[in-house]
Design a protein around this ligand. Structure first.
Ligand code: SAM
Length: 227
């Protein structure tokens, strides 16, 4: 059978694509991607032309089965997402599972990931963490999550979009208190990369004064942690 390569791509800075990722993207038979325009543009910048297959939230289950059949028939496939590591708050999991169920070989090609990029430079505890991806959009569900984990011994790590980051920052202050140490990281590896680290009340004030355009990772330290 062919191999499935799970390939991480840059989250902002194109120079973060690894040499190995570039070589594999240039060698596989098919590239399964979320958005053929986004990935097509990246491959063009790399001087590569590949057959692209759309693989996204809306067709994931069905596309995973079809791709697994192609892999079983000997084709090699790279799965990528728009940015970062596939399968982490991105499509990819169902395809990997379909391969594991058939005992087809899966090869990770690690690289950029917004989660690890934020964690490694925030200064909040990294001995253990709970990554919960995107919280549900409704305030009540988000507050329930924060309340459930308010006494958790490890750092909480979340993804958030520009549309809800203000609201989420206020929910953190209101639920966990203004003294709770947090990190909000914006536009990682990009020109306007910013880290706000400190008590939630201060971070929230700084965030509200700044431009909230972009993508965010939110980290919340355990209650006992001080900077
Ligand atoms: N699979 C990707 C990864 O692990 O890097 C994440 C994909 S998820 C759909 C997109 C979210 O990841 C954004 O809303 C944001 O929370 C986070 N993210 C991605 N790129 C980022 C960046 N450059 N700076 C900050 N957060 C980023």
């Amino acid at each position: 059978p062919g191999h499935l390569y799970v390939v991480a791509t840059p989250i902002g800075n194109l120079a973060d694509l690894t040499d190995r990722a570039r070589a594999i993207l240039g060698a596989v038979d098919l590239v399964a991607c979320e958005d053929t325009r986004t990935t097509g543009a990246m491959l063009t910048r790399l001087g590569l032309r590949r057959e692209l297959i759309a693989y996204h939230d809306h067709n994931e289950t069905e596309a995973a089965e079809r791709l697994a059949e192609q892999l079983a028939a000997g084709k090699s496939v790279a799965v990528v997402s728009d940015a970062g590591t596939p399968a982490l708050s991105d499509p990819g999991f169902r395809l990997v599972r379909a391969c594991r169920r058939r005992q087809l070989p899966v090869v990770p090609v690690p690289g950029p990931c917004a989660l690890t990029t934020a964690l490694c430079a925030a200064g909040l505890p990294t001995n253990g963490f709970l990554f919960a991806g995107f919280l549900p959009p409704k305030s009540a569900a988000r507050i329930t999550f924060l309340t459930k984990y308010q006494d958790f011994d490890y750092t909480l790590a979340l993804y958030e979009s520009c549309h809800r980051i203000d609201k989420f920052a206020r929910e953190i202050v209101d639920t966990l208190g203004p003294e709770r140490v947090v990190c909000i990281a914006k536009e990682l590896t990009k020109l306007h990369e910013t880290f706000w680290v400190g008590p939630a009340g201060e971070v929230c004030d700084q965030l509200l004064k700044a431009s909230r355009k972009g993508e965010f990772v939110v980290l919340i330290a355990p209650a006992s942690f001080t900077l």
